[in-house]
Design a protein around this ligand. Sequence first.
Ligand code: PAF
Length: 282
Amino acid sequence: MEVINTVAALKARVAAARQQGKTVGLVPTMGALHVGHLSLVSRACQECDFVVVSVFVNPTQFNNPDDLRTYPRTLDADVDLLTNNTKADVVFAPSVAEVYPTPDTRVFDLGPVAQVMEGAHRPGHFNGVCQIVSKLFAYVSPDKAYFGEKDFQQIAVIRQMVSQCDFKLEIVDCPIVREADGLAVSSRNTLLTPEHRAAAPHIHEVLAASVAKVATMSPDELTRWTIDEVNKNTLLAVEYYEIVDALTLQPIKAWTDTTSAVGCITVQAGAVRLIDNIRLTK
Ligand code: PAF
């Protein structure tokens, strides 16, 4: 597997693969790779002839300087993990100056999907995500790009950006990968203290238990119940929990408002912000 640091070299490598008639898959990541990322890369390798994994901690999507500073950076280990466990062809690991030689001032019109939940709690976050993802799409012109459903809203926002920018590619959403105790796998899990790591599986426990309550509670009642149950563990503090339509991401008032309801949660576990979600109705 080849590690490429410049946009010019990446474009040349992808063009050579295209010349050979290969289909191209892209897995965008911020590194600190784990089994969740490996599942995306494996799927990309099954479905595409040539696979690029990008590893780039994108500064424009961080609205909290401490979060950007402490975000784990483990490029050597990431390359080893990909080399030993996947058939990915290229790791694209550029510098910030390579990606942003001048500040990116583009503002994406992402509509209602980007205004709720993470969009409301992390101003500018999704605009930054769209800045980097649109650049990666322009460099690689992938046939398919792979994203994990843990970041459920991110996928909806990226679909919106793809339609706005008229990119011709397929967005493939891949299921959440969980630790044996149910905690959604995340690069940020490595930043948890042992106490918070032990508390964190409670989030998925509550979400999983909430599915059975759909039969007896309204969305508002279930929202309250879920927040109270998670907060019962004093090491966890719910930032928000919303039950939304899976496509529009707008909150629902009645189960009949949607064909598919998803519960999306963000929890502060000490200094670490964890997100998770669950399908409540199909
Ligand atoms: O989900 C992530 O890791 C990031 O938001 C992404 C899509 C790689 C863009 O930086």
